[in-house]
Design a protein around this ligand. Structure first.
Ligand SMILES: [Zn+2]
Length: 180
């Protein structure tokens, strides 16, 4: 399910951004990692757009370590999940995310224009809008079930130009939920 983000300005103005779904990294060994883009500032588009959000290796390693500590916040929230084996699924996903963080060389890209001049905002933290200087805050407000086109990227965030045959193979994997 894609996220719905709300951007708020100090004067009370609000804007909704639909997070979209259907974004996947395709690893050379064909592992598929879904990723949720987040609203960020793209200097090339000169607006807030959906961009890749790359996490640092340390942050991911930290989460993996926390999964082994039953009293950690992450273990406790995993334990509350009604989905059987959710902890294992989450661990697998973190391991693949870590793999990507270790091989990734390029900066995060804007998913609208593909350029890599992106500045993140921190969720729920007032930050200065790079163009207008106004303060803006974004947060995830919920989920929506709208369907979106599926897009495949290499691990560096380059949109893949796929043959029909290759695309069908990947789409079949998505339908069979073989992504992490
Ligand atoms: Zn852009």
């Amino acid at each position: 399910m894609p996220g719905v983000y709300i951007l708020e300005w100090r004067n009370g103005r609000k804007e909704t951004i639909f997070g979209g779904r259907g974004y996947y990294y395709v690893f050379p060994n064909e592992t598929l990692l879904s990723f949720p883009p987040v609203p960020s500032w793209c200097r090339h588009c000169e607006r807030i757009t959906l961009c890749e959000h790359l996490r640092a290796e340390d942050e991911i390693r930290h989460e993996l370590t926390d999964l082994d500590i039953p009293t950690s916040a992450i273990s406790q929230s995993v334990a509350k999940s009604p989905v059987t084996g959710f902890g294992g699924t989450w661990r697998k996903r973190l391991e693949v995310e870590l793999q990507q963080a270790m091989i990734r060389r390029l900066l995060p890209s804007c998913l609208t224009c593909g350029q890599r001049e992106v500045s993140y905002f921190k969720e729920r933290e007032w930050s200065t809008h790079p163009k207008t200087g106004e303060e803006v805050l974004f947060h995830l407000s919920g989920m929506c079930s709208t369907s979106f086109a599926i897009k495949f990227y290499d691990v560096e965030g380059n949109l893949l130009d796929l043959s029909d045959e290759k695309r069908k193979i990947l789409m079949d994997m998505v339908k069979a939920r073989k992504d992490v």
